[in-house]
Design a binder for this molecule. Structure first.
Ligand code: BGC
Length: 270
């Protein structure tokens, strides 16, 4: 039984990019906390279905909905599908994201546009549609103290500049001010908007950085806490931000990074 303020029973959560990695773990954690979950996937239908099955096996309710969130009609469809299946939406985790890395001088417009399209425009479209649904439904104080909760998946790279990844860093910097602006714009409607800024989490997106002992050793130099992050580290924060335990938190980027943003190189230097 979750602690009462962490209990999400009676709430509906949409998690984008939930067929693997951080999104999959977050969908499962929200399901375990009692939410009905809409598991969004783009191309990996089997992965999305696996997450749905896991939530159901644990006693929860879930459906899978395919949509590329960078496309406006699909983002609209995603929130509509949630409404059709479960009546409304209370929680959006705008998580879908990708990398297309290249030195800036070699980065193609397509690599730039793909990353901005999914990581920033895709998040905006899902936020816009979710907020419209929160406002349409209105407050349900017996379900949650806030009318709606949005959790944007940002990155330490909303703050740490990242050579070779200018498209990605720009998208996450954009997510930061988008999140803060939406938080400001809708706080009086009791909608909370926050970001999680993960550090290095063991997922397919950064496999190269942890799959060999040499790579992992190099990566760990950037992480004072001395371990790579696991997807559950992020999922736990998402449950907190979705729940009434965080009712007074809005407009915040919560760094879950084992200290990556603490300038570890300065611990004994400078
Ligand atoms: C990136 C990962 C990277 C991590 C820390 C994340 O946002 O997607 O590839 O390992 O930041 O640099």
């Amino acid at each position: 039984m979750p602690a009462p303020l962490l209990d999400l029973t009676g709430q509906v959560a949409v998690v984008t990019g939930a067929s693997s990695g951080i999104g999959a773990a977050t969908a499962k954690a929200l399901g375990a906390a009692g939410a009905k979950v809409v598991v969004n996937y783009h191309s990996d239908e089997a992965g999305g279905q696996k997450v749905v099955d896991a939530i159901r096996e644990a006693g929860g309710e879930a459906i899978a909905v395919g949509a590329n969130v960078a496309h406006e009609d699909r983002a609209i469809h995603l929130i509509e599908a949630a409404r059709e299946a479960f009546g409304t939406v209370h929680i959006l985790v705008a998580n879908a994201g990708l990398q297309r890395d290249a030195p800036a001088t070699e980065m193609t417009l397509d690599q730039w546009n793909t990353v901005i399209g999914v990581n920033l425009t895709g998040q905006f479209l899902c936020c816009r549609e979710a907020i419209k649904e929160f406002l349409r439904r209105g407050p349900q104080p017996d379900v949650s103290r806030s009318t709606g909760k949005i959790i944007c998946m940002s990155s330490v790279h909303e703050k740490i500049m990242w050579g070779g990844h200018v498209n990605y860093a720009a998208s996450k910097g954009g997510v930061m001010l988008m999140m803060q602006t939406l938080a400001q714009e809708f706080a009086d409607r009791k909608i909370r908007v926050n970001s999680i800024a993960p550090g290095a989490i063991r997922t397919p997106i950064n496999k190269e950085a942890w799959e060999t002992p040499e790579a992992l050793e190099k990566l760990l130099k950037l992480i004072p806490y001395g371990r790579i992050g696991e997807t559950e580290d992020i999922a736990n924060m998402a449950v907190f931000l979705a729940s009434d335990l965080s009712d007074y938190v809005t407009g915040a980027s919560l760094f879950v990074d084992g200290g990556m943003t603490l300038y570890p190189g300065f611990q004994d230097n400078g």
